[in-house]
Design a protein around this ligand. Structure first.
Ligand code: FES
Ligand code: FES
Length: 158
């Protein structure tokens, strides 16, 4: 099999994997990047969301070959110099999780939202996150966390 080159969290990784496999399985099983979660496996829950070319992408439905050479960011790639990303910090401060299973996907979607729109109102946050399911029902706190991150950064979440 030809080697695939992935650009993950700013690091180039060459992998000998079946190009038909999902990006999610390669991240979790081959690269030990287990932040993105397997929820439904069908593109319905958002737990597996990562950024590809800065766009939120369901990694369970994405063939690994299709992202070769494109910049990928997973939840593990958000911190800088040991500091949590402002959105991660806001989720922790707002206690915006219970079991935490949906949290990486919610955070990646929120990071992408704040890059597009620095100061979204609550209905805009709800709209951006509507494809993400939280079985614990922490939606209100999640929206508050995203507002908190927007306030904290005033237009520059990185
Ligand atoms: S696991 Fe990918 S959307 Fe549910
Ligand atoms: S915090 Fe449990 S699924 Fe969202």
């Amino acid at each position: 099999m030809p080697l695939l080159e992935l650009q993950i969290n700013g690091v180039s990784r060459r992998l000998d994997v079946d190009p038909e496999r999902s990006l999610l399985s390669v991240l979790r099983d081959d690269l030990d990047l287990t932040g993105a979660k397997y929820g439904c496996g069908e593109g319905q829950c958002g737990a597996c969301t990562v950024l590809v070319d800065d766009r939120p992408t369901r990694s369970c439905l994405t063939k690994v070959a299709s992202v070769a050479g494109r910049p990928l960011i997973t939840i593990e790639g958000l911190e800088r110099s040991g500091q949590l990303h402002p959105v991660q910090k806001a989720f922790a401060e707002a206690d915006a999780m219970q079991c935490g299973y949906c949290t990486p996907g919610m955070i990646m979607e929120s990071v992408a939202l704040l890059r597009r729109q620095a100061d979204p109102a609550a209905p805009e946050i709800v709209h951006a996150l509507e494809g993400h399911i939280c079985r614990c029902g922490t939606y209100d706190r999640i929206v508050r966390a995203v507002r908190r991150a927007a306030e904290a950064t005033k237009g520059g979440t990185g």
